[in-house]
Design a protein around this ligand. Structure first.
Ligand code: KG4
Ligand code: ZN
Length: 328
């Protein structure tokens, strides 16, 4: 079963065709990073206009060599995200579903991130298959959620961030350090040249499964403004503080819940220091998509859509966007 996935929730215009929820036939991602970088973050109005310009060429590219006859349904992100950006993907998907007489399934972007773990990729030959129950850590630009997954479509939220999301913290820290946007890759690169010699705070929040990163960001700001610390050392210290908390709290929750596996997802999961620490510290198997499937893409949307169509979960033709959609 081949599914066309469409993703326009933030600043990536993406379309992909995925077979049986795992085999990537095509995966096209057009990033708007260069356009937003000069503003230091995503400008919603600019993002939606850019989606309008690129969505049709991106879908056409994803459909190159694929016959519409072989497509069984269209999966599209309908939230959470920027309203104007989501509207472009949802409306194009609805129009195509109508024109090609295909069923449509509205997909939660957070659920889609988790399904990146089902995708085959040439760079990491998958040794592990996903086993339920598993504990999902979604760390993206807008979310840091800890979610128990008991089966396809069965999610229970255990924790979330109380302030900044992990990716947001990386982006703000990069701004403090003058490293530009997006912050995650910039901090990771700078950190490679430094040592984590600064002692920065970690918010453990006692027995709660919640996260908090705004205190860390403020502490970094104070240290940097006192002067005398190199950017690579500050980046390495900040990154280590985030990694320490994400890994320790997730591994502890997995131990308490007696899950089979830990599944990482979201843009921050592209961070190799985080990935390596998870693999080193977790007594349980940890699944991590390759970096290009951690950040926003439509292959994960199509993979998620496959399981929706399998379960008969389709959307009506009046599907609308839900910018503040949550999971679990
Ligand atoms: O999942 P994503 O692509 O989009 C959202 O759904 O938000 O995540 C984007 C976030 C950004 O905050 C970005 O700085 C962060 O993921 N990110 C990283 C890395 N690559 C992207 N954070 C840390 N290390 C990275 N290598
Ligand atoms: Zn995302």
């Amino acid at each position: 079963m081949r599914i066309l996935g469409i993703e326009t929730s933030c600043d990536e215009t993406a379309a992909a065709v995925v077979e049986d929820g795992s085999r990537i036939i095509s995966n096209v991602v057009t990033s708007q990073i260069d356009i937003h970088a000069r503003y230091g973050g995503v400008v919603p109005e600019v993002a939606s206009r850019q989606h309008l310009l690129t969505i049709i060429p991106v879908i056409n590219q994803a459909m190159t060599g694929v016959s519409w006859q072989d497509v069984h349904g269209i999966a599209v992100t309908f939230g959470p995200g920027l309203a104007g950006s989501l509207l472009v993907g949802v409306n194009v998907a609805k129009a195509m579903a109508l024109a090609k007489d295909l069923p449509i399934s509205g997909i939660n972007h957070l659920e889609a991130h988790i399904y990146a773990n089902w995708l085959d990729s040439s760079s990491t030959a998958r040794k592990e298959v996903v086993k339920f129950p598993c504990l999902c850590l979604i760390v993206s630009g807008g979310h840091s959620d800890l979610i128990l997954m008991n089966g396809h479509g069965q999610f229970k939220k255990l924790g979330r961030t109380r302030d900044d999301a992990a990716g947001e913290a990386f982006d703000k820290a990069a701004r403090i350090l003058g490293l530009g946007y997006p912050g995650g890759p910039a901090i990771e690169q700078a950190a490679r040249l430094g040592t984590p010699c600064l002692s920065l705070p970690r918010a453990w929040l006692k027995d709660s499964h919640d996260f908090s990163f705004s205190g860390l960001k403020t502490a970094l700001w104070h240290v940097v403004h006192q002067g005398g610390i190199s950017v690579p050392d500050a980046a390495a210290s900040f990154q280590l503080a985030v990694v320490d908390v994400l890994v320790a709290k997730t591994v502890e929750a997995a131990r308490q819940l007696k899950v089979e596996q830990i599944l990482l997802s979201g843009g921050v999961a592209a961070n190799q220091t985080l990935a390596q620490r998870f693999l080193a510290d977790s007594p349980l198997p940890v699944l991590i998509p390759p970096p290009l499937l951690c950040t926003d893409n439509a292959a994960m949307v199509a993979a998620c859509g496959y399981h929706h169509f399998q379960a008969g979960r389709t959307s009506r033709s009046d599907l609308d966007v839900v910018p503040s959609l949550t999971l679990g």
